[in-house]
Design a protein around this ligand. Structure first.
Ligand SMILES: C[S@@+](CC[C@H](N)C(=O)[O-])C[C@H]1O[C@@H](n2cnc3c(N)ncnc32)[C@H](O)[C@@H]1O
Length: 282
């Protein structure tokens, strides 16, 4: 056995290395560089921005970020679905009747949700956008049978985004038809609600005009509190019973579907105050 290996076996490998380092330091020699742990290669291209909806919107050239400021809100409301397998339907694929144009937002959703199936519906044929995990349908959102036919083909609907004609009567028809078909726990979004105020888009300057998208969406907020209504005979509507949150942003509204039945904190005193007078028996 050599002297070196005898020393090693007596002191142990680690102590031998310590002695060597000490010797080097005392003799003024520079320390040997410690072996570096190789860092994982930084993701590049699409992978580098796949967690950031604003950046994906810019990359795919949808106006959901830039002209509008929607993706920051979608990021917050849809983040929980990031790695889930689910179905997303967007009404309005983009490009209108221009051949070969549109599909930007569908591609953005596909990149952000690696396991989702992304569906688009447009009044124009956008089948050139179809690819793995993206499927398009031709359909008119002002026609309930057209909306139902598309929903039938998709099956379960977890997320619905209305970015179609933005004409309030169409927005109302689409919501009335598709919201009941949205899964419990699902998300329904209405974009470009500014058209609600524009008569030339079939909106109205009257903020309370019941035919506008904003008036319909604002009504939903009262439904959140239907259990507090004084009228004991009030019959809650489908939306009263199945909406748990309505989020209003600039030109964007996001609705959370769920069972709205937390119970009332209506105090007995209040109940008595508004109680109907007992019917006279005489
Ligand atoms: C604003 S673009 C959609 C943009 C796309 N979602 C994006 O973010 O990249 C609106 C689309 O709605 C479509 N559209 C208009 N009226 C419609 C209707 N009644 N039913 C379905 N789609 C309609 C248009 O053809 C157009 O392509």
């Amino acid at each position: 056995m050599s002297i070196r290996s005898t020393v090693k076996s007596v002191l142990g490998e680690q102590n031998v290395r310590r002695v060597r380092r000490l010797k080097r330091r005392l003799s003024g020699q520079p320390a040997r560089p410690v072996a570096q742990v190789k860092a994982a290669p930084k993701p590049t291209g699409l992978a580098a921005i796949s967690g950031d909806l604003n950046k994906l919107a810019v990359h795919f050239k949808t106006d959901k970020w830039g002209a509008h400021r929607y993706t920051q809100h979608y990021q917050r409301h849809l983040q929980h679905l990031k790695d889930e397998q689910f179905n997303l339907l967007e009404i309005g694929i983009g490009g209108y009747n221009r051949p070969g144009q549109g599909g930007a937002s569908l591609r953005m959703w596909k990149a952000f949700f690696p396991k989702a199936s992304v569906f688009g519906m447009d009044i124009q044929d956008k089948s050139f956008v179809d690819e793995d995990r993206i499927r398009t349908f031709i359909g008119d959102q002002s026609d309930p049978s057209s909306l139902n036919a598309v929903a039938d083909k998709i099956g379960e609907l977890d997320v619905i985004i209305d970015d179609g004609s933005h004409r309030p009567p169409h927005v109302l028809t689409t919501f009335a038809t598709l919201f009941p078909r949205l899964k419990d726990g699902g998300i329904y979004a209405v974009e470009d609600t500014q058209s609600s105020y524009w008569p030339e888009w079939l909106g109205s300057e009257d903020l309370d005009d019941p035919g506008t998208s904003m008036a319909m969406l604002k009504r939903l907020t009262d439904g959140l509190n239907y259990e507090e209504f004084v009228d004991e005979d009030y019959q809650p509507s489908y939306t009263d019973l199945n909406i748990v949150a309505v989020h209003f942003y600039h030109n964007l509204v996001i609705i959370e579907k769920g069972k709205n039945a937390e119970g009332s904190n209506k105090r007995k005193a209040l109940k008595d105050r508004y109680a109907k007078p007992a019917e006279s028996t005489s």
